[in-house]
Design a protein around this ligand. Structure first.
Ligand SMILES: NC(=O)c1ccc[n+]([C@@H]2O[C@H](COP(=O)([O-])OP(=O)(O)OC[C@H]3O[C@@H](n4cnc5c(N)ncnc54)[C@H](OP(=O)(O)O)[C@@H]3O)[C@@H](O)[C@H]2O)c1
Length: 283
């Protein structure tokens, strides 16, 4: 079904979203603070709006993809939203999403918050995912249209959930990047080829370790941190050994030290017999 969709914000991501919606046959009206960014999309079939209100008047689904929540508020301020569904795909914090949801629904519109788990080049391609939270009714109504941009995944009624899960996924990613950077510095200190280490040793190892994480999640959900794999005392000694080896190689273990701190704190509470999953209780 072809929908009338307004898109506010034509940066790198907003433009990619519009391209995918046009390709799926939707009627898309676009607005951007810097009007020239609409030119290529108008050439592809989008309709240009001179103001956010003009765009919103033309779309029953309003997709916002702006810099941040304050700019989203600036753009939607004074724009009639009655009867619309606003899908805010701007990155922000859970508290901002909840506050924006109240503000938008108070003006007679449905609200979905979204976390885009993709870069612009991945939009409309396999592997692109957008997390949504907020109004289930709005999600069900527009799911086929949302699917044109990326796999849409509804996560719950709390509008703050999609940004929270987005941030949680980024947290996992940054943790992995931190580990990679420390490993790279250590490998480089020995003059070993980093590309070879990464492709043939590190990546298969990380994939095997990541496959264990659902079991860790089950431990954390049960609150039972007992282990038959390796206890905190062994890991405390292991990380201590790592840190000493880094110093001996002339490499700073700065990104590892916070982990060591939490392990030490947990062990100091007399819980060194538990597994690493228990560290979550210290956080
Ligand atoms: N790019 C990615 O890989 C990616 C991935 C996931 C999520 N996201 C999220 O998607 C959102 C947009 O990212 P992007 O990559 O498209 O950024 P971008 O290329 O920098 O575009 C930012 C957009 O926000 C507009 N804007 C900024 N301040 C504004 C204001 N005060 N009033 C009105 N419009 C304003 C800009 O308008 P002008 O053109 O006039 O400057 C532009 O349309 C961000 O929240 C980002 O975190 C991006």
């Amino acid at each position: 079904m072809s929908e009338n969709i307004a898109v506010l914000g034509l940066g790198l991501m907003g433009s990619a979203l519009v391209g995918s919606l046009l390709a799926a046959g939707h009627r898309v009206t676009v607005w951007n603070r810097t009007p020239a960014k609409a030119d290529p999309l108008v050439a592809e079939g989008a309709t240009r709006a001179d103001t956010p209100a003009q765009a919103v008047a033309a779309g029953s689904l309003v997709i916002a993809c702006l810099l941040d929540y304050p700019s989203t508020h600036q753009v939607l301020e004074g724009t009639p939203l009655e009867g619309r569904v606003v899908a805010n795909l701007t990155t922000g914090r859970p508290s901002e999403a909840r506050e924006t949801a109240s503000w938008v629904t108070g003006r007679g519109a449905g609200y979905l918050d979204g976390g885009i788990m993709a870069v612009p080049q991945m939009i409309a391609k396999p592997g692109a995912l957008i997390l949504y939270s907020g109004s289930r009714t709005a999600f069900d109504r527009y799911e086929p249209a949302l699917a044109a941009m990326a796999e849409p995944r509804f996560t719950g009624d709390d509008p703050g959930l999609a940004p929270l899960l987005d941030l949680a996924m980024l947290t996992g990613m940054y943790g992995q990047i931190a580990g990679f950077l420390e490993a790279a510095a250590l490998v480089r200190s020995a003059g070993y080829p980093l590309g070879e280490f990464t492709a043939s040793l590190l990546v298969p190892w990380l994939e095997a370790m990541a496959a264990q994480q659902p079991a860790w999640a089950a431990k954390i959900e049960s609150g039972d941190h007992s282990t038959e794999v390796s206890n905190l005392e062994i890991n405390r000694a292991g990380v201590e050994n790592l840190v000493r080896a880094f110093h001996e190689q002339g490499v700073k273990p700065d990104l590892l030290l916070p982990l060591k701190g939490v392990i030490d704190r947990r062990a100091a509470r007399g819980l060194a017999h538990e597994g690493l999953s228990g560290l979550v209780e210290e956080l």
